[in-house]
Design a protein around this ligand. Sequence first.
Ligand code: 4AD
Ligand code: MG
Length: 505
Amino acid sequence: MVYIKQLAEFEGKQVTLKGWVANRRDSKGLVFINLRDGSGLCQCIADESKITADEFAQAGKLTLESAVEITGNVVKDERQIGGFEIQISELKTIHIAAEYPIAKKEHGIEFLMDQRHLWLRSQRQWAILRIRNTIIYSIHNFFQKEGFLQMDAPIFTGNACEGTSNLFETDFYGDPAYLSQSGQLYGEAMAMAFGKIYTFGPTFRAEKSKTRRHLSEFWMIEPEMAFYDIHQNMDLIENFLQYVIKEVLDKCQAELKLIDRDTTTLESSLHKFPRLTYDEAVAIIKGEKDVNGQNSIKSLENELAAVETKIAETLAEITEREAKIALPSMKKGEINFNQNKIATLKNDLKDLEENQRNIPGWIASAKNFEYGNDLGGSDETVITRLFDSPIMVYDWPHAVKAFYLKRNPNDERFARGIDVLAPEGYGEIVGGGERETDEMKLRNKITEHDLPMDAFEWYLDLRKYGSVPHAGFGLGLERLVTWLCKLKHVRESIPFPRMYGRLLP
Ligand code: 4AD
Ligand code: MG
């Protein structure tokens, strides 16, 4: 069997393709079938004079998403999607699909999420999940070539790693257990056995809020390295992310184009990532420190003004075009053209209005940011909009970070945590840092965080037997896919998202 992706190897030859009907168009004596086989799309032409009457009748009855087997000649045609078309010599219907629920018109997101099992077939979703696949593959490639051992951390855990407020509790033979929030603690044990390891598995957070960044189940990549300090950790994060970005740019040109991803920021992310302390980041957010001559508050105010001008312009154009359509002299083609334009304008307007609603909130929270707090989603948005690559924020007030982080030996107010914030308003994609190595300091932190000491005794053993400086980080796969594809919401970055309010399909 030949796949559409391979057609270039079969130019001028006969092939048999199996797939689904993505579109059908009839004209006199011809049926044009857009065939989708999972590897790509290809136009196949059924010519009444070249196939049997029965086959031609079948072609004319194919509904959207019907399954077919098509044999025909491969002809080069630059104008066609994929660059080739098939002149059908044989057509077999495998299954006639019932009326397909997803039409070409725009559907609401909740409807599409309910139809996720089918929505995956549409081109945009297909492209996103292919990019996800390339990202996964290049993550493994990077760590394997760097000599890391891949390990699998348990999913049932007896202790919390990232705080107790978002644990999924379950029953483990009568005892309470939690679905893992992070493989890190097990990764630390493995790093003491193997030097450099990484986990790549599902992790769970009970987040009872609907944000565009949170899933209840997500995939995390967590490397852990013995004898690394915070700075070596940041070097690794930068090399790693740049490797993955470069692979996506190299291997996913077609998919990026399909989803209309402007890749300027991905390219500029191949330069060094700025590294800011928490103190510097806060000064930038509050508008006390500029970035390349740009002030956070002033640039948001300017943007708000620009958005408001653009909204007025868009509204005026919609009114103008609607008036045009109403004219009795309008031809059908022109009406269609204008209606399409109006639909696009209305879509743009939605985005503009969303910005108009959000920006004042961002300005207020930036101005009122209280030193010592963790960064919220809007603070991350404010600061990352000023950069054209990810930034790394390190040395955080220890009270807002996890119990396992090491203090800065020169200034005990700060813990050696690192957050990587993606540009274009995306925010946190990586959390990590250097780990506390001192048993007593860790015990105190565990008590301070009100965690059950018993469940951490095994972890504390790592500080008794050859305790060494070590560091690591966790990358949220879906957050990375979302940023690289410039998606509005993390739910489209995973085949079947699990989040507050959604368990099906
Ligand atoms: O910052 P977090 O909570 O850090 C950890 O779990 C550490 N134990 C990692 C380590 O050092 N080994 O989570 C790490 C990353 C976040 O930066 C984010 O990308 C992702 O995991 N993440 C989520 N992604 C989607 N939905 C959620 N609810 C997420 N929570 C965290
Ligand atoms: Mg974090």
